[in-house]
Design a protein around this ligand. Sequence first.
Ligand code: N01
Length: 582
Amino acid sequence: MSPGTKIESNRDAEVDVTFDAVVIGAGFAGLYMLHRLRGLGLSTRVYEAGGGVGGTWYWNRYPGARCDIASMQYSYSFSEELDQEWNWSEKYSPQPEILDYANHVADRFDLRPDIRFDTRVTAATFDEDAKRWTVETDQGDRVTAQFCVMAVGCLSAANLPPFTDMEKFEGPIYHTGEWPHEGVDFGGLRVGVIGTGSSAIQSIPVIARQAAALVVFQRTPNYTVPAWNEKLDPEYVRTVKAGYPELRAKMRGRPTGFYFEFNAQPALEATPEERERQYEEAWARGGLPFLGAYGDLLFEKEANDTIAEFGRKKIRAIVNDPATAELLCPDDIFGCKRLCVDTGYFETYNLPHVSLVDISTKPIERFTTQGIVADGTEYPVDVVVCATGFAAMTGSFDNIRITGRNGLALTEKWRAGPRTYLGLSSQGFPNLFMITGPGSPSVLASMIQAIEQHVDWMADCMAHMRDVGAQTIEPLIAYEDDWVEHVNEVSKVSLRSTCSSWYVGANVPGRPRVFMPYIGGFPIYVNKCNEVMTNGFEGFVLDGTRNSDAAPRVRLTEKWRVPVDMDVISPAAIAAKRVPIV
Ligand code: N01
């Protein structure tokens, strides 16, 4: 079956059917959760809004879409056979290959029969008497389950700003996160791209190669580092595969959940000449590890100024027109927003048919039938691409009516920002699990690593609940409050909390400003999760427990424990501000 093929249509709605678990989403989180639940013998239904598996990689089919984590690390680690049989072709995988991988996993582990595609969950409601969740979909399904698992993704609710008179525009308007499956032929067309985040920076060079004219509307310039993408050498692939378990262990010891060489020394203790050499070497390696040039770059503004100036120097060296180069130079913290990784982005502005429009002080005024008006000038375009990002972390939760105990709506509880215990669940919503939920490392770690660790913890938790006869698990409010406070406190250590990024919800008007992911580092977080489990689910209430003496079975969770003698980033290192977090 080719990726994205629709396999479900005209099915009968499932009404009054009961499952042990319902999983919402069939991206990498939902697929692995289903696999684990099956292993526990739990009956499971997965509902997926898309026509196929893959989540992010199913929807984000825009030209140039590719991963910014090295291919050999951006994959599941749960199956040694899967590791050995799958072959990545490039240093950074293109979207179609990652989608192929998701489809391969779905087929290899025979996951499709339990997934209902083209089905969007509309509501999940906790029934206190039955201690079960009722889940409803836009296809008329109404099923109940003991567990409801949110596998909805962190960057999956598209943000399409309501530009004035948008509906009057006569050409097509696309969002990068909801790209048409048949692709878009820009040949001979005048294209307008709104936004200069990761999606824009990846797609602009590719669109420019096809379009007759390209106008980029930029609200905030972004730092980006070259990917230096290349075909993978088969010999390198063989070497990595021979030592995959060791590589996976090294990845788990890193704050980001992926492995790269870094220099923990402070930039401010190096001479300007040493720094220049170090930055040049890191630039030559490229990608997100560029931020590993020094350990204090995201902690000390003065240190960050040095790498920011290096970044601007590169832009000025690449872009021929000085005025355009200046517009492209960010003046904020380097790496404060998610660092972008590109192939030929700044070079694109040297092409005669590409232009940049600064909308930083005067936003887009309106659309017309044939173009976009900014600062009184109409820019004629045939097609508009909105690379305007996502309502991150909580957007996909907001899109489902989730109601917990006492009729409490999750949107209401999270009105001032998400509140969770360990990013795993939220008080008042028993048995509702959140894979890579707000308050966990999630988007600050390599996503597949973060997903697997959460799923393994949840599967062990459910196995334990079965062992002891518990009907529900729910965090205690005091532990949840402490965790939320800790997540906030840790975020203040990093310069990342200071700018208006999607990490803090600032990219979408009206959202509360809260630093949502946990920035304390993946291994510290993992060890905390393990400790909570081995301490008998400390901070959680297990209701209905019959056999409270049974020790938690930490089979899967144990895999994630980071040995103390490893290259672990300790809390002391974070306190000393010597940790490259990318
Ligand atoms: O979204 P973004 P994205 N008028 O929010 C602009 C991951 N990802 O889809 O900066 C005009 O970063 C907005 O301007 P500003 C990755 O984690 C990974 O690009 O808010 N402009 C910004 O320029 C990434 O960080 C990969 O001032 C408006 C842009 O739109 C995350 O997804 C690839 C506007 C949105 O940028 C999101 O990236 C792609 C308005 N009203 C994405 N509203 C890789 O793995 C927004 N903008 C490589």
